[in-house]
Ligand binder design. Structure first.
Ligand code: FMN
Ligand code: MN
Length: 501
């Protein structure tokens, strides 16, 4: 099934699938929503539509991405790995061999060529237009998420800018702390494309913010694409249809025509204020820091616009599955430069930048070290603090299994690499902000070529006996829950178990 075309289609789909619960009781966006959502996310519960958020006439949608099933529904796939397969298919475009191959190749090219956004003359996002003194962010049920947050924060925006030098459009998800009825902060972290666009301007940079998008476009705002690749292209590729854009009323940018709400305005090069603290996905309050100020010159919306929100905090939270989608979607791109990588896993509890587990087809001495350094040199993965490398046959998603090899195969003196480099903007542990230590753990098997003794053979049952037991299993009369099934499905379950703790 094709992904939903806009937020309303998505909400209908969620409702039809029993994945959306409407809450009609009046609930306060000040902290109360967070506590309800925190409990719901941890229980693997449904998306929630708060129909009567206190102080606002706009419903608040939250937890739309909070489970693997909903993330799959959002993209119209059965498994997130299908997304990787689609990307791989395009990246591995080879010269065609024969007619059938040529036709397939053309179809692939078309799927990319037709992915770019399309300009349209009008769209429902501009059914209501508020400018000047009518702009009022107080109309929206913006959450104050955690007790230490000084103000409400817009948490699920797609922020649109253009590079002043090249005109390239960027979409990014950056939290926005509300200052007053028509200004917010813009939390452009140091490594992000939105910040680079702002730094490249001489005076003021036009900015537009879309709220309430179809789930694939909303996801794509969080995707760590290289700066020259547009996020709307990725969205169009996965949607199978271009994102339609309509011109803003008060600046030269465009916003998705089918969004629920759009904020138009600008950011000055030299106007900064103290943003934060904010209870963030690190599980801690990130300290107040200077960030630029966003002035809202127009607020446009659909009639009865739905306001989307997300809570981040101590993992696991709803953003876990946005991160898992990124992990799957970007695997083929990672493999393009480091083809010996079989698979990788960024544990949710590692807040995505703390730890990467990677399995490799090891081919030469020191190979695991090569891969560690490759990861520390690759896009946003470069911010990874710990890299654990295991052999190809190890299931990187099964943390018990990984821990087994870290214990069994590692001589800490020989196999631990301590390095340094750039770290996540929000990481509070390093002595200096932005830069500090890295740890690499080589948990692959070694051999004399790497200066070790002869490596022992791992225990495994012979194929003949496994087949014999498979064939005779019914005969033994051992109930499935204690036997074969639970062993065969063990790794999938353990991932889910960790996320829905
Ligand atoms: C819910 C959520 C909130 C986020 N908040 C921020 C934020 O406040 N600031 C930031 O720089 N990145 C934030 N990110 C990460 C960025 O969206 C992500 O790095 C994205 O790739 C940025 O786009 P860019 O590379 O085009 O700048 C957030 C991600 C999610 C899923
Ligand atoms: Mn970008």
């Amino acid at each position: 099934m094709a992904p939903p075309a806009d937020l309303r289609a998505w909400m209908r789909l969620l409702e039809d699938e029993g994945e959306l619960v409407r809450v009609s009781a009046e609930v306060d966006p000040d902290l109360e929503v967070t506590e309800i959502v925190d409990r719901t996310v941890r229980a693997g519960g449904p998306a929630l539509l708060f129909e009567n958020p206190k102080g606002s006439s706009h419903p608040l949608l939250i937890n739309q991405f909070g489970t693997e099933r909903r993330m799959c529904l959002a993209f119209g796939v059965e498994r997130l790995d299908e997304l990787a397969e689609r990307v791989e298919d395009v990246l591995e475009l080879q010269p065609p061999q024969g007619l059938l191959d040529k036709v397939r190749g053309l179809q692939k090219l078309k799927s990319i060529a037709g992915s770019g956004p399309r300009s349209v003359r009008s769209g429902p996002v501009q059914e209501v237009v508020l400018t000047g003194d009518d702009v009022d962010l107080g109309l929206l049920p913006i959450q104050r998420c955690w007790p230490g947050d000084p103000a409400p924060f817009i948490t699920l925006p797609a922020v649109i800018t253009r590079d002043p030098r090249t005109g390239t459009r960027n979409l990014g998800m950056y939290r926005m702390q509300v200052i007053d009825r028509n200004t917010t902060f813009m939390h452009w972290q140091i490594h992000k494309d939105g910040r680079a666009d702002w730094l490249a301007t001489d005076g003021r940079i036009p900015v537009a913010v879309a709220l309430g998008l179809d789930p694939v476009t909303a996801y794509s705002a969080s995707a760590p694409l290289p700066k020259h690749i547009g996020e709307l292209m990725l969205a169009g590729f996965f949607r199978g249809a271009p994102v339609e854009m309509v011109k803003c009323k008060t600046n030269d940018l465009e916003v998705p025509a089918h969004a629920e709400i759009a904020l138009e305005g600008y950011v000055e090069k030299d106007e900064l204020g103290l943003e934060g603290p904010f209870g963030d996905h690190t599980g801690y309050y990130t300290a107040a820091e200077p960030f630029p100020v966003f002035h809202v010159t127009a607020m446009t919306m659909r009639r009865d616009a739905v306001y989307p929100s997300i809570v981040v905090g101590k993992p696991p939270q709803e953003d876990a599955w946005l991160g898992k989608a990124t992990e799957r979607i970007f695997l083929p791109a990672v493999r393009m430069t480091v083809p010996e990588i079989v698979d990788y896993d960024l544990p949710v509890s590692g807040a995505f930048h703390n730890c990467v587990i990677v399995s490799i087809r090891k081919a030469f001495p020191g190979h695991a070290h090569k891969v560690m350094h490759a990861i520390w040199g690759l896009g946003m993965l470069s911010l990874s603090k710990a890299v654990v490398v295991v052999d190809a046959h190890v299931n990187v998603h099964d943390y018990e299994e990984v821990f087994f090899y870290v214990g069994a195969n590692v001589d800490p003196k020989r196999d631990v690499v301590i390095s340094e480099g750039p770290l996540d903007h929000l990481d509070h542990a390093p002595t200096l902000q932005f830069v500090g230590g890295k740890i690499g753990i080589d948990a692959t098997s070694k051999g004399p070529a790497e200066g070790t003794r002869e490596w022992p053979e791992e225990i495994a049952m012979s194929a003949e006996v496994r087949e014999l037991v498979d064939g005779r299993w019914e005969e033994y009369g051992i109930p499935a829950h204690g036997g074969r099934d639970s062993v065969q499905n063990g790794s999938r379950r353990s991932l889910r178990h960790l996320i829905r703790r």
